[in-house]
Design a protein around this ligand. Structure first.
Ligand code: GLN
Length: 456
């Protein structure tokens, strides 16, 4: 813990941390030592971690990357945070992220951009950019992230680490600041699938305080991984696994470097015994407009609570109550958040609801059905995480649509609520990391982790 606190201090220029809790970390490390001495430690006891600043924490302020929540102090811990500390993990603090998790580059944070440790002129991905950069720079062995439309998988891919977004409902959303509630999921970001397995097992489980939490017990993904490995044909741990390649995930326009790295990884899976089969997700392109209607619609509703009365900041000077609301929101929210509130309010308004929101909901169902068709022919789906490697800081800053289009490969699994992960596949342009995306059927996290582990 001391070593990593020193590393964090040495790497402040990366912008990964928004709050460091050295005192709390050292106390937790001591408690973990005592627990280890008493013989009731788990593999995670004493292991340092830090949390995306979208999880509320009692020991540190929570801002969700927004000026609106500057100085906000939660009275309780998010369920995921509480579960990881119950396992004995040592929290070093809070990690930078896009404002209310809206973004793909971490450039929408009120607290500044995060730099990609592989090349500091590039973005680390987003919205869990601080989590990805901290793990990639070896400031931490693990971090929490959240993924609404790719925010664990895409920064993991851009930063060369491993991350998994579980099935919607697998981790409790209690204490996760809401962006789009029907899509938001927590998950671990770490150096390997094996580490992710240990972390995810500790994070999952039913929570009566989240109405969409899946009512099924936590699983020991790490034990499953070891058992799968043991039961496998030597040298062929993936024997019998059918890996589906959606043809829409390999369009002619896919960057050659990403295509090359992903194809290389697929050849590895084949060597390990897997068979590759072509499948189709015909509505892949439509997932972009569908997501960018549904997510802003839910965000516009969720963000109504920031009215200057109940949480965080209030405008300094104002006239009447309505003026106070207006000034607080005008000053507190950044440009991307305002854009989404406006889109969301528009698509939900009378006369447009049927044309946009309802249509998007119907397509969302069809996208989920397309995946079930694919799973008739394969066990897991594979493809790229993102159409390019990490771009340069500022490159898409004033072009939100360009950033939205780059979410094409992560949005389908999010809309369907399926688990997905990013595993380092190789390197592309500028020596930047490229991730392989693996998507499984509902609650098949164990299979995804086993596949990734065999490959790593
Ligand atoms: N890039 C997507 C967005 O901006 C996804 C973000 C996320 O998963 N939180 O909405």
């Amino acid at each position: 813990t001391q070593h990593l606190l020193a590393r964090v201090a040495d790497h402040q220029q990366l912008g990964a941390f928004v709050h460091v809790d050295a005192e709390g970390a050292l106390a937790a490390a001591q408690a973990a030592d005592a627990r280890r001495a008493a013989g009731n430690a788990s593999a995670l006891t004493g292991v340092p971690i830090a949390h995306k600043d979208i999880f509320v924490t009692a020991a540190a302020p929570t801002t969700a990357g927004s000026k609106m929540l500057k100085g906000y102090q939660s009275p309780f811990d998010a369920t995921v945070v509480a579960k990881l500390s119950a396992a004995g993990m040592v929290s070093l603090g809070k990690l930078n992220c896009d404002e209310f998790a809206m973004g793909s580059a971490n450039e929408n944070s009120a607290w500044g951009a995060v730099l990609n440790p592989w090349d500091r002129s590039r973005v680390p991905g987003g919205s869990s950019g601080g989590s990805a950069a901290a793990v990639a720079a070896r400031l931490l062995p693990a971090a929490t992230g959240t993924d609404t439309g790719g925010s664990i998988r895409q920064p993991a891919s851009f930063s060369g680490i491993t991350g998994i977004k579980p099935t919607y409902g697998r981790c409790s959303r209690y204490g996760m600041i809401a962006f789009a509630s029907s899509l938001d999921q927590a998950g671990p970001m770490a150096r390997s699938a094996e580490d992710c397995a240990l972390l995810l097992s500790a994070m999952t489980g039913f929570d009566e305080r989240d109405a969409t939490s899946a009512d099924r017990p936590a699983e020991d993904y790490h034990a499953q991984m070891l058992a799968a490995r043991e039961g496998a044909t030597p040298g062929k741990p993936l024997q019998g696994l059918r890996v589906g390649l959606p043809k829409e995930f390999f369009p002619a326009a896919l960057a050659a470097d990403v295509n090359g790295a992903v194809r290389g990884a697929l050849a590895e899976l084949e060597k390990l015994g897997a068979t590759l089969v072509e499948v189709s997700l015909p509505r892949t392109e439509l997932s972009i407009p569908v997501y960018y209607i549904i997510a802003p619609a839910e965000a516009s509703s969720n963000l109504q609570r920031y009215d200057g009365v109940r949480y965080g900041q209030r405008a300094q000077s104002y006239g009447d109550l309505v003026d106070m609301y207006k000034k607080t929101r005008a000053q507190g929210f950044g440009a991307e958040v305002k854009r989404r509130i406006m889109i969301g309010t528009y698509v939900l308004s009378h006369g447009y609801y049927d044309a946009y929101y309802l249509q998007a909901q119907k397509l969302r169902r069809m996208i989920a059905d397309d995946f079930q068709q694919c799973f008739n022919d394969c066990d897991v789906i594979a493809g790229p995480v993102a159409p390019s490697v990490a771009w340069r800081l500022g490159d898409k800053g004033d072009d939100p649509v360009a950033a939205y289009l780059a979410d094409i490969f992560t949005l389908p699994a999010s809309l369907a609520g399926l688990p997905g992960m990013s595993v380092p596949a190789g390197f592309g342009e500028g020596g930047m990391p490229v991730g392989l995306q693996l998507i499984g059927n509902y609650f098949a996290e164990g299979q995804l982790l086993h596949t990734a582990h065999a490959f790593q």
